[in-house]
Design a protein around this ligand. Structure first.
Ligand code: URP
Ligand code: ZN
Ligand code: ZN
Length: 463
């Protein structure tokens, strides 16, 4: 019996090693890794000469088909996972939202419905908790047992998503016992609200005021408070979409003390800055998301955080809204602009380009940031996040030299602009496989809606 697929002549890259090797696939799994594997009877041979063979990317922060601010994010599970695949991301973890008065199960069931039959590659869910009573605390245990092992809590958006400190502390105490992991949106929403109301009263309504009313101190304060509450509860905490050095310092200090504190940043905070908010007319609305863009000097601090392991993951926070009709809802008032930006497609290339091609860190660290650590922290490892016998054959044949200029004209996300328009990246996926099936070959999509499966994740065990 031969292999279903044999990848030859490539350089395999994991978080630990880089080496010349063939990779053999059968029944959607990696069956063998080694030199000179027999091509005889292999149903398909892919030549990866001059290319890297990487584990598929894992994006642990996406919002597909998500209602927000009177509209819904523009990519659904089909278009979103397809765009992700073009960029080398083969697994994503999206957020199922529990609205006030609902059970957590209602949230999970409703997001399962959105994804099943549509996703082209594998997916899992975190559960956003906005209303935490005794019943929901119980339900957290049940969800962890069913493979929804992480929960996003908000310290921002009072009256909508924000939880009070007592509820946050209770959630941490629950995860300390049940093996869940809290993902925290760390911004002091109450203080921000006061600043926002004052800006509106002063007639400051342009998009740039979204950023100017959300100071870095509000992010750092909430980040420090989240860490303190987690420490008191004896629980780990994962800070999402970190945007600035002030918050990064809180994470670094906590990790220096040996606490199980982790954080992600996103490409927009590494490539874009407050200057983008100053774009003429209403253009700044393209960059309205929370936390907001910061002064440019924060970018190098975040890159350095990725290098030094003060930050452990790069996700996208992909939450696309079209400029026309969706972002335009806030034409006369920045608080009405739906918060979020598109990015699911270009994470791998932007981080390879800015990280490895620019000499900031190694290709192994790149794999660790975009695939291996996300898999380990969120209970997907070793099924996902590495190249090893028995792992899912989610693989990317990546050309480290191919250049590409990012543009809304050529991207696959269902949104009418790109946050990274005109940026040239070095390093692009050539061929992408999801559980052994080729889903992307250069510009061609070869996958199928509904081929993606829900992945039950294991609980948090540390890294
Ligand atoms: O502005 C953002 N980030 N929108 C998505 C929701 C969130 O807070 O992650
Ligand atoms: Zn958030
Ligand atoms: Zn988000």
């Amino acid at each position: 019996m031969g292999f279903d697929t044999l990848i030859v002549n490539g350089r395999v890259v994991t978080a630990a090693d880089t080496y010349a090797s063939d990779v053999a696939i059968s029944n959607g799994k990696i069956e063998a890794v080694g030199k000179g594997l027999s091509r005889e009877n292999a149903k398909k041979v892919i030549d990866a000469n001059g290319k890297y063979v990487l584990p598929g990317g894992i994006d642990v922060h996406t919002h597909l088909d998500m209602p927000f601010g009177g509209t819904t994010s523009a990519d659904d599970f089909e278009t979103g996972t397809r765009a992700a695949a073009f960029g080398g991301t083969t697994t994503l973890i999206d957020f199922a939202i529990q609205y006030k008065g609902q059970t957590l199960r209602t949230a999970f069931d409703s997001w399962m419905q959105k994804a099943s039959g549509k996703a082209v590659s594998d997916y899992a869910f975190h559960c956003i908790i906005t209303d935490l009573g005794a019943a929901q605390l119980e339900e957290m245990n049940a969800l962890v047992r069913e493979g929804v092992t992480s929960f996003k809590l908000f310290m921002a958006y009072p009256g909508v998503f924000m939880l009070d400190d007592a509820s946050i502390f209770k959630a941490f105490r629950a995860t300390a016992k049940n093996g869940g992991l809290v993902c925290m949106h760390a911004e002091n929403g109450s203080a921000i609200d006061v600043i926002v109301q004052q800006a509106l009263a002063e007639g400051k309504k342009a998009p740039k005021y979204h950023a100017l009313t959300r100071p870095t101190t509000a992010e750092a304060e909430a980040c420090g408070r989240a860490i303190a509450l987690a420490e008191m509860a004896g629980a780990p905490v994962y800070i999402v979409h970190m945007s600035c050095n002030d918050a990064l310092e809180k994470v670094r200090e906590a990790r220096d003390r040996g606490l199980p504190v982790y954080a992600e940043t996103c490409p927009q905070y590494l490539y874009l800055s407050l200057e983008n908010m100053e774009a003429p007319g209403f253009e700044g609305a393209k960059y309205v998301f929370t936390p907001p863009l910061r002064e440019k000097w924060h970018q190098e601090k975040l890159w350095n955080g990725l290098k030094q392991d003060h930050l452990q993951v790069v996700s996208t926070d992909h939450c696309p809204f079209c400029f026309k009709e969706q972002k335009e809802l806030g034409k006369d008032d920045f608080t009405k602009i739906p918060n979020g930006g598109p990015g699911i497609e270009h994470r791998m290339s932007l981080i390879y380009s800015g990280g490895v091609a620019k000499g900031r860190f190694s290709v192994n660290r790149f794999v660790e940031l975009v695939s291996t650590t996300p898999a380990k922290l969120f209970g997907l490892y070793p099924r996902k996040g590495t190249i090893a016998i028995g792992s899912d054959a989610d693989l990317v044949i990546f050309d480290p030299d191919r250049k590409h200029t990012i543009s809304a004209k050529t991207h696959h996300m269902r949104v009418d602009y790109s946050m990274f328009e005109g940026i040239e990246v070095t390093g692009m996926p050539d061929v992408v496989l999801s559980r052994g099936n080729v889903v992307v070959e250069r510009d061609k999509f070869l996958g199928r809606a509904g081929a993606g499966e829900f992945i039950r994740r294991a609980g948090y065990t540390g890294r």
